[in-house]
Design a protein around this ligand. Structure first.
Ligand SMILES: [Zn+2]
Length: 332
């Protein structure tokens, strides 16, 4: 315990009091690389930063498994300073790096997994990043993406190039985006084998056996607003069924891919997620979950601070001010 922990706990009780005024901070993590990865964004959380985060959270917050926290939010029995930890996508480093750190602090987390990439798949953003990591040229010709010729002679230029490609393809129709990613791979890393980045079935099963929660995150991670409703239904349903096959029970909590209300998903998807059997869902709108939130669009928060005090201050500020996130209107 540090000297300021009692102060943070007292401040936390004020802004996140529990009971009928309870609010729940839900954190989102993605990859947890072993070291700072120069090709990932600057707000990445690597193993060292993740370990610092967990140490602070275990000291200053009441970290609850998300299903228990949501039930207690509903019943007005949340403790003060309530917080839940989630991971999106199903990266293998969540299992190899984050899980042992969580366990060291006795913390439980929820892992929202895209079933289409389990074992040896790669998500579109990772195809781009890994293509640039494997690239052996000093420049890439990307006229076909409207990007001209981009330098890739060092890690800084490769990171810049990856960002430009990601912005150019992210909102393309799903099939077009897949094709564009394959073309980038063939241009940057022709004939090279893709690395393994995602968890295996066995690892997901083991996560669940350790008391971690597995949640749905679609099969292929489409931006739901960019595909038709039938395809969205199939993708969400297939993900839920396949995860059910892996862990022995279908998941009850869902995370929208990309997750920005209105921009990435709409009220029709909120309705769909409920119809397909989910009990609740989380977005990526920043905020804090309260009882008045739509339980199918619970806001989350992504902290990036390295400094423990700044991390706690940011979380407390979010708990104090982030109670009215933008949500897609509910159809019912
Ligand atoms: Zn995702």
């Amino acid at each position: 315990m540090t000297a300021v922990t009692p102060l943070f706990r007292a401040a936390g009780r004020l802004v996140s009091p529990g009971g009928s005024n309870g609010n729940l901070t839900i954190l989102t993590y993605h990859r947890v690389p072993p070291d700072i990865d120069p090709l990932l964004s600057s707000d990445q959380v690597d193993a060292r930063k993740f370990a610092r985060h967990m140490a602070v959270l275990a000291e200053c917050f009441n970290v609850l498994p998300l299903p228990e926290a949501l039930e207690r939010l509903e019943r007005d029995t949340l403790p003060a300073r309530a917080l839940s930890i989630t991971f999106d996508d199903g990266y293998q480093d969540n299992y190899t790096i984050a899980l042992p750190i969580l366990q060291r602090h006795g913390l439980k987390a929820t892992f929202f997994i895209c079933s289409g990439y389990i074992n040896d798949g790669l998500m579109f953003n990772d195809i781009i990043i890994e293509a640039l990591r494997a690239c052996q040229s000093s420049a890439l010709e990307l006229n076909w993406l409207g990007l001209g010729q981009l330098p890739v002679q060092d890690m800084t230029s490769r990171r810049g190039c990856a960002e430009k490609i990601l912005s150019a393809v992210k909102y393309l129709p799903f099939q077009e985006r897949e094709q564009a990613c394959l073309r980038v791979w063939e241009t940057a890393a022709p004939g090279k084998l893709r690395p393994r980045l995602m968890m295996t079935d066995e690892e997901i099963r083991h996560l669940a056996a350790q008391g971690m929660t597995v949640g749905g995150h679609t099969h292929t991670h489409p931006i739901l607003n960019r595909i038709d409703l039938d395809s969205a239904r199939q993708d969400i349903a297939q993900n839920r069924r396949l995860l059910g096959d892996v862990i022995g029970q279908e998941p009850l909590i869902f995370a929208y891919p990309n997750g920005r209300p209105v921009r990435d998903y709409g009220p029709e998807h909120v309705k769909l997620v409920r119809e397909l059997g989910y009990h609740s869902a989380v977005s990526t709108a920043w905020g804090v979950a309260t009882k008045s939130c739509d339980r199918y669009q619970l806001p989350r928060f992504s902290p990036w601070d390295d400094n423990p005090k700044r991390l706690v201050m940011r979380l407390l500020k979010n708990a104090m001010t982030g109670q009215h996130p933008l949500t897609a209107p509910n159809l019912d």
